[in-house]
Design a protein around this ligand. Structure first.
Ligand code: MG
Length: 290
């Protein structure tokens, strides 16, 4: 099942996207402003989804929004979670803080307010604020049934589904403050979408994740190559903290970010970043000052 949020006819809607990605079926949700959150919560309560009016729309005529345009709270984000990506940062300013066989993942927060739609424009900050804007293609896990102290062995029972995010980052700001949250949370710095695919439809370990800048392939990774796998991430984030239906865990990016290139290549106005995960879909965002 593909759950989506979109604008059409001057209103916000929530509903389902057909398996071929071509048709949208709106569902009777009272408040669509928070996207598919109401659907995730209904499923977590064991309820069925709201009724459909029977209306069907071509996806071409709707404007997809982020499936969770206003998440409940900050996103849980995981840093350096692919071996090849950790290696490409080993020669950067991150070298001094590289984890040495650390059994614990790096986890930081990204403000939920920076989420934008799958085809929206990412606003570059003024050069006085940051000149090192980078992309990070990531799989995002969306929590279904909530819980605290969730063990690895039961973690996948708490997954509603998956979507894509670009964990856009101001590298200079990220490094300046020791903690990463500020450099990760500029307005518009979290493109998300194109929809949420429920976990029953995917063999998530088998998925391939790719990212392009202006049509040139930069990132090409496999979910199975994560250092800390999805059950570990859910176990870690829920230690002492209750996870709620709709919480998002961004699972880290594979190798090939701009910072890892020699010399580094930062995003500039007019650049277009595309991220795709087989079986889920693609998002594509232009970067600009407007
Ligand atoms: Mg990231």
């Amino acid at each position: 099942m593909r759950m989506a949020s979109w604008s059409w006819g001057g209103r916000e809607h929530v509903g389902l996207i057909s398996a071929d990605g071509r048709e949208a079926t709106p569902l009777a949700v009272a408040d669509a402003s928070r996207g598919v959150l109401a659907l995730i919560q209904a499923l977590a309560r064991g309820e069925s989804l709201p009724q459909t009016s029977g209306l069907r729309l071509p996806v071409d005529v709707i404007s997809l929004r982020a499936p969770l345009p206003r998440p409940l709270r900050s996103l849980f984000c995981v840093g350096r979670n692919y071996h090849a990506h950790a290696a490409e940062l080993a020669t950067t300013v991150f070298a001094e803080t590289m984890p040495k066989h650390d059994p614990w993942p790096i986890v930081f927060g990204k403000l939920g307010e920076c989420v934008i739609g799958p085809f929206d424009t990412v606003r570059l900050p003024s050069p006085g604020v940051s000149v090192q804007i980078d992309y990070e293609s990531e799989l995002a896990v969306v929590i279904g049934r909530g819980g605290r102290d969730i063990p690895r062995s039961r973690a996948m029972d708490h997954v509603c589904g998956y979507t894509l995010v670009n964990d856009v980052t101001a590298r200079d700001v990220q490094m300046r403050h020791q903690q990463w949250d500020l450099g990760k949370s500029f307005d518009t710095f979290c493109p998300m979408g194109p929809w949420l695919v429920t976990a029953d439809e995917l063999d998530v370990q088998a998925l391939r994740l790719r990212g392009w800048v202006n049509g040139a392939l930069r990132q090409d990774g496999r979910i199975k190559d994560m250092i800390h796998d999805i059950p570990t991430l859910i176990e870690t984030c829920s230690r002492g903290i209750t996870l709620y239906p709709g919480d998002v865990i961004a699972t880290g990016t594979p190798a090939g970010v701009g910072m890892g290139l020699n010399p580094p290549q930062w995003l500039k106005s007019g650049d277009v970043v595309r991220i795709e995960i087989d079986g889920i879909g693609a998002i594509e965002n232009r970067f600009g000052f407007d």
